[in-house]
Design a protein around this ligand. Structure first.
Ligand code: SF4
Length: 380
């Protein structure tokens, strides 16, 4: 089956492999060592275009600009929230598809310095169609290329954000929790992880990268052998098949029993703790019964539950669970011996839940949106 994916007009520098770059250099009579210079230069936090790689001859910079794209992102609209601690971008790609990424900063706590998390998309849209999710409601667009996935991180790494350069290596995390199901685009998502991990490029440690899945069991098993040092998060959102069939429709293909078994295999084989994500919807999946069943699923293996109060989509029939009930749910899980955290909600005023800002800007150019918001411009 042919999957919809963009065959880019020119290769992106973020996804070109070294042999291809070396061959391109050789055809121009340039020495092979320039490949390393180009890759490290293009991933420097101060580089906004090939012309900023002043260690290269001008003719070479021009040739690079003619044959490669410095970014696959054609335009971006960025909105800030939480006193500058959160920023969300809608990125427009070469074919007009739009995707989202989010930058979240966390203040220094104790000996730990400031942390930064970047949430990125793996597909334009999503076919899983979770009914509480704006991306799921908008449907599937196409698969993202590895370069389009990596370029979201580079967007925040490059001027004017310089998010990774400022935080210093090891103090940031990349999470595949934006638009799309990464394990429905596993080859390209895995290649993006390898590119992010490559010491010649951004050199982001695998342990600082998390792939989040709605429960694509074969992809989870591939992670055991192909990405054993990357973190796995599973979006459970319900502790019974009956409810999960409704909230995470892929459950009809891979039911809870199989999904949890795959999570246990990953934890046993890699020694890594698996995060079980659970969005809390008022009166639906936040009952005492669901808490007890969730505790039974999570107990006895290397797992951890992360509760996320629902950030409802406009017109949603559901709302987030109130704090008192979240506390009760947490207490049940902890009493059942399950490590549990509650994720702080970010960027409510900028529609930061997956797909919301994209939906809000539908039918408007990003330029119009920027002018209306009069907020920082970040075009690549
Ligand atoms: S919650 Fe995730 S898996 Fe479900 S529709 Fe949204 S993007 Fe897709």
């Amino acid at each position: 089956m042919t999957e919809p994916v963009l065959a880019g007009p020119r290769p992106a520098i973020s996804e070109i492999d070294v042999p291809s770059l070396a061959a391109w250099l050789s055809a121009r009579g340039e020495p092979a060592y320039r490949a390393g210079q180009i890759l490290s230069g293009a991933h420097r936090p101060d580089a906004a275009a090939f012309d900023d790689l002043t260690e290269l001859p001008r003719t070479l910079r021009r040739a690079l600009a003619a044959d490669f794209r410095f970014s696959t992102i054609a335009d971006s609209h960025v909105m800030g929230a939480d006193g500058g601690m959160t920023a969300k971008a809608v990125h427009e790609l070469a074919d007009g598809q739009r995707i989202e990424s989010v930058l979240m900063r966390y203040p220094a706590r104790g000996a730990a310095g400031e942390r930064t998390t970047i949430c990125i998309s793996s597909q334009a849209g999503c076919a899983v169609a979770c009914p509480f999710c704006a991306t799921g409601q908008a449907g599937f667009g196409r698969q993202l290329t590895p370069g389009e996935i990596v370029d979201q991180v580079l967007h925040w790494h490059r001027p004017p954000w310089n998010a990774l350069g400022g935080a210093g290596r090891g103090h940031y995390n990349i999470v595949f929790m934006g638009m799309g199901e990464p394990l429905n685009n596993a080859d390209r998502a895995f290649e993006a992880v390898r590119l992010l991990n490559d010491p010649q490029r951004l050199g982001i440690g695998a342990r600082h990268i998390t792939v989040s899945t709605s429960g694509v069991v074969p992809g989870m098993d591939r992670m055991i052998t192909e990405l054993p040092q990357v973190n796995l998060a599973i979006s459970l959102h319900a502790a019974t098949d009956e409810l999960r069939d409704e909230l995470v429709p892929i459950n009809r293909k891979w039911p809870l029993r199989e999904v949890v078994a795959a999570g246990r295999r990953f934890a046993a084989r890699t020694g890594r703790r698996v995060s079980l994500e659970y969005v809390m919807i008022d009166g639906l999946n936040d009952t005492d019964e669901q808490a007890s069943r969730l505790a039974a699923l999570a107990r006895g293996w290397r797992s951890h539950v992360n509760l996320i109060p629902l950030n409802p989509t406009p017109g949603s029939r559901w709302s987030g669970t109130p704090r008192t009930r979240i506390d009760r749910f947490v207490a049940t899980l902890r009493a059942g011996g399950v490590p549990t955290t509650v994720r702080d909600t970010r960027g409510r005023e900028i529609e930061a839940a997956c797909g919301q800002l994209h939906a809000q800007l539908s039918g408007r150019s990003l330029r119009e949106a920027r002018e209306a918001a009069a907020l920082p411009v970040a075009s690549a």
